[in-house]
Design a protein around this ligand. Structure first.
Ligand code: ADP
Ligand code: MG
Length: 352
């Protein structure tokens, strides 16, 4: 395919994927929409961070809050994108060290903390690997073993250092906050809604959902989890009822390509091998009060696999719950959400 038409094709695929993500969101917000005063409901759709994002605010100030949310999404996208000239990341990646400002430094510190806690599974220094596989440009290819080996020398969040607002890459070649940016953004939106006095709102950033409070009729938000094998047909793995929570999923089905032998390669990279993580999982959904934690852990737990993720959860079960689906079709949930998750599939419980 020519580059231009390839890009157009990628855009089209993204749009279709986003439509389904939006449908999943509508599903999440649906049960409140018909029970609420529609005049007090404000919704917005915005394309940012390479995906479609939806915002729904309820009650007094809903319109103002929804507008503010759109501005905030655009601001954070410009701040954290690896290509944005006005942002903090591109400059850092080009120069190797720079003053990124307090906000970005805080996000990087959080990423380093999660890197340490997940045994290195979550690693924002994967950028050179993302580039080699073509996930940053959309020009996908399977890198040579030797290219991956050479790139792995420059991978490792241990190389990074943060001192105040000053970040240094050390020997790392660049950082990519794609595994954490949307979760950070949804946290920020919820804070902003609270500042505006809202008590009921829900955002879906490319399928990553975060809710403030309850629906305005007082009920829990019902969030449909995309079935990784039927992502385009509206079949859900199940539905989770949540109040004040982020529900964030990582899956191989979200962004991938297939080579001439029919082998599929996806965008969640194991920083230890340089290859897309293949641990037998098809998707991981994290349910947590913290969007940033949920986003990072959905990526990390995917890489850790069922056993690794379960062990990790047992050590920090007060911070999050999860819904896992294996490639062979088994569904697992942690016991903290046993009463709030419903599914047509057989569900196995991971106990503490
Ligand atoms: P999505 O962005 O599609 O919702 P994820 O939250 O799982 O999916 O994040 C995947 C993104 O995270 C990749 O596109 C890349 O930017 C980044 N990434 C990939 N592998 C890792 C990793 N091991 N650690 C941290 N970030 C990663
Ligand atoms: Mg993530």
């Amino acid at each position: 395919m020519q580059k231009a038409s390839k890009r157009a094709f990628i855009r089209k695929v993204k749009r279709i994927t986003a439509l389904f993500a939006a449908l999943a969101f509508v599903f999440a917000a649906m049960s409140c929409a018909h029970q609420n005063d529609r005049s007090a409901q404000a919704t917005r759709e915005v394309f940012a961070m390479d995906t479609y994002m939806n915002v729904a605010c309820y009650g007094k100030n809903a319109e103002k809050a929804a507008d503010a949310a759109v501005s905030e999404i655009k601001r954070i996208d410009a701040l954290l994108s690896i290509t944005s000239e006005s942002g903090s990341i591109r400059n850092l990646n080009e120069k190797g060290s720079s003053n990124v400002g307090a906000e970005t430094a805080g996000i990087i510190e959080r990423a380093l903390d999660i890197h340490n806690k997940t045994g290195g599974a979550f690693d924002i220094t994967v950028l050179p690997l993302m580039e080699l596989w073509g996930f940053t440009s959309g020009e996908y290819r399977v890198p040579e073993e030797s290219e991956l080996k050479a790139a792995l020398d420059g991978i490792g969040s241990e190389k990074l250092s943060v001192s105040g607002d000053e970040v240094s890459l050390g020997g790392a070649l660049g950082i990519d906050l794609g595994g954490i940016a949307k979760g950070y953004t949804s946290d920020r939106l919820i804070e902003l809604f609270k500042e505006k006095g809202l008590t009921s709102a829900c955002v879906s950033l490319g399928g990553n959902v975060q809710c403030l409070g309850t629906r305005s009729d007082g009920g829990a938000w019902r969030c449909g989890i995309v079935h990784p094998f039927h992502k385009d047909s509206g079949v859900y793995l199940g539905v989770i009822a949540v109040i004040d929570k982020a529900v964030i999923t990582s899956g191989a089905y979200e962004r991938n390509f297939t080579d001439e032998n029919g082998v599929r390669y996806h965008h969640i990279i194991d920083p230890k091998t340089g290859y897309p993580a293949e641990t037998g999982l098809a998707s991981v959904t994290i349910v947590s009060e913290s969007g940033i934690l949920a986003d990072a852990l959905s990526t990390a737990c995917y890489i850790m696999g069922l056993d690794g993720a379960s062990a990790y959860w047992r050590n920090s079960a007060e911070q999050f719950d999860m819904i896992l689906m294996t490639n062979d079709g088994r569904v697992y949930i942690t016991d903290g959400i046993a009463d709030s998750f419903t599914s047509d599939f057989e569900v196995r419980i991971i106990n503490r």
